[in-house]
Design a protein around this ligand. Structure first.
Ligand SMILES: NC(=O)C1=CN([C@@H]2O[C@H](COP(=O)(O)OP(=O)(O)OC[C@H]3O[C@@H](n4cnc5c(N)ncnc54)[C@H](O)[C@@H]3O)[C@@H](O)[C@H]2O)C=CC1
Ligand SMILES: O=C(O)C(=O)COP(=O)(O)O
Length: 526
């Protein structure tokens, strides 16, 4: 039974897939303090949050069973994603479900800001009838600068066009062609600042966007500019905004988000030209249903070991690619495990070479499986999510290359490994109808089924050597299920790989190593 903990308010309807699933138990504990969350989380396999729950390293340290964190929404700045990745925890979000709601909220704020609606309402219900004080400005003919032309920025831009505004867009990933198709002029930030009457931000909060709108940015803007932030507190420098409002540089600001939420005794909230909402961008019935539905489905996939697509700490794999690479995953993992067990030395470099039909697609998920296999021999908690981060943390240099040398095979994966003093390699292929085969170990061609307990023996090619190895194993009650020999020259260096029915004990290895022709005996478990 998978245990799922929900700590922020999520739509019950959206959660139905999880609550109805027979193999899942859902527990809702909304608004836990950090210490209560730390006490609660240990037995849970999945955690579902929105933006309130702070999933920091202390929480993750306590989350011993956690496999997946599902964020019912877009921004994951309340989750320590690198720390989750290191611990092998998948972090998922629901990127599409609240786009329109947040764009509509931004537009509601844009209109309220241009017509002073909140201020006028407050005045009216306070007993005034003041029509002069709340004269606004039209949107038609004005320029809207959109910083961050992703999903939400694009939807805001489209709505602005319908209101007769000119739209300038800045986003490092905005192509001229896409800008044109939306009817947006692609500009750099300085032109956007200089020419916009309204500026709205729709980027994630990351290092590069923290205080993107600061005092220098305000100085570069038009006098009387109006600012909107329905993305994340911290993208606009709140102190600089207050100063720009007080100097008259900024005519008004609309804020849905704050650097600290909830804001307490915040000077911006007291400013007469600031309008604000309590982080309501995604708060519609529809958006909440969509994001809860999307994230529930994805969390279920992760828990059940099925394919999922919205992990923020894994590269996304299109369904077609996932289908093509699936048959090679187990082979890749075994090759990683095999090569690393051939040596006792620390791995410094792994080069994976793909040949044949594997050259036709993105093989990075297979490299990830090779690393998972290799690291699993000396790290306990390695998985598909943290394999790359763990390899990097251990200083292992990983390179992927394409090769035209597939020999006679339709597909070939060669894992080449370097340690301080040696270079080793193992190559494998998937043979139609026969499954996985290891076809080369170092310089020796071989044909081996990679499974179970193996003994990898380097020896001198001599009459009787194989028999003597067999006799020692037999005398220790070790049954040989299969055997492969590889050599390059008669009487030269050779290898034997024996598949045995059970792991061998240290005294068997010692006995084998006493044979004159045996150079080394290595156990390999796959
Ligand atoms: N107020 C609310 O309730 C909500 C707020 N949000 C916030 O809105 C943000 C945007 O959401 P989406 O549009 O769905 O994300 P998205 O990922 O589709 O778009 C973000 C865009 O920002 C761009 N970007 C990144 N760094 C940039 C930089 N330095 N300068 C300019 N552009 C940059 C990216 O290239 C991307 O196109 C989220 O990260 C989240 O923080 C999202 C939903 C609801
Ligand atoms: O999706 C996002 O990034 C949001 O900011 C929405 O936050 P919320 O789920 O309403 O706490």
């Amino acid at each position: 039974m998978y245990k799922v903990l929900v700590t922020d308010p999520l739509s019950d309807h959206g959660l139905r897939q999880l609550t109805d699933a027979r193999d899942v138990e859902v527990v809702k504990k909304i608004g836990l303090t950090e210490s209560a969350l730390i006490d609660t989380i240990p037995p849970y396999d999945a955690l579902l949050v929105r933006s309130q729950t702070q999933v920091n390293e202390r929480v993750l340290d306590a989350a011993k069973q956690l496999k997946v964190i599902g964020r019912a929404g877009v921004g994951v700045d309340n989750i320590d994603v690198p720390a989750a990745t290191e611990r092998g925890i998948v972090v998922l979000n629901a990127p599409d479900g609240n786009t329109v709601s947040t764009a509509e909220h931004t537009f509601a704020m844009l209109m309220a800001l241009s017509r002073n609606i909140p201020q006028a309402y407050r005045s009216l219900i306070g007993g005034e009838w003041n029509r002069k004080k709340f004269v606004g400005v039209e949107l038609r003919g004005k320029t809207l600068g959109v910083v961050g032309m992703g999903r939400i920025g694009t939807e805001v831009a489209k709505r602005a066009k319908a209101f007769g505004m000119s739209v300038l867009g800045y986003d490092p990933f905005l192509t001229g062609e896409r800008a044109k198709s939306i009817g947006v002029e692609k500009v750099d930030l300085s032109r956007l600042f200089a020419e916009s009457d309204f500026i709205t931000v729709h980027t994630p909060l990351i290092k590069e966007t923290h205080h993107l709108i600061d005092s220098d940015a305000f100085a570069a803007m038009k006098d009387g500019v109006r600012i909107l932030n329905c993305a994340r507190g911290g993208i606009v420098d709140e102190e600089a905004l207050l100063a720009a409002l007080e100097s008259g540089k900024v005519a008004g600001a609309a804020l849905d988000v704050f650097e600290d939420e909830p804001p307490t005794d915040h000077p911006l909230l007291k400013h007469p030209r600031v309008i604000a909402t309590p982080h309501l961008g995604a708060s519609t019935v529809e958006a909440q249903e969509h994001v809860a539905l999307d994230v529930s489905e994805e969390v279920l996939h992760v828990l059940r070991g099925e394919t999922f697509k919205n992990a923020v700490n894994l590269p996304s794999i299109p369904a077609e690619l996932a289908e093509r690479i699936a048959p090679y995953q187990a082979l890749a993992e075994k090759l990683g495990k095999f090569v690393v067990q051939m040596t006792e030395h620390a791995v410094e470099k792994i080069t994976v070479s793909y040949a044949g039909s594997l050259n036709e697609f993105d093989t990075s998920p297979l490299t990830r499986m090779i690393l998972k296999g290799a690291l699993s021999c000396f790290v306990t908690d390695v998985n598909y999510v943290n394999a790359v981060a763990l390899a990097k943390a251990r200083g292992i240099d990983v390179t992927e290359e394409r090769s035209s040398a597939s020999r006679a095979f339709t597909n070939l994966i060669t894992v080449h490994m370097e340690t301080a003093g040696e270079e080793l390699s193992v190559a494998g292929t998937l043979v139609n109808g026969f499954g996985e085969r290891i076809v080369k170990i170092n310089a020796y061609s071989i044909d081996l089924q990679p499974q179970g307990h193996l003994l990898y023996i380097q020896h001198q090619d001599r009459p009787g050597a194989i028999g003597r190895v067999g006799t020692i194993l037999g005398s220790h009650d070790v049954n040989i299920a299969a055997m492969q020999v590889g050599r390059r020259d008669i009487g030269g260096q050779a290898i034997m790989v024996l598949s045995v029915d059970k792991p061998v004990t240290a005294d068997v290895v010692t006995a084998l190593e006493t044979l004159e022709e045996v150079r080394s005996v290595t156990e390999i478990d796959l």
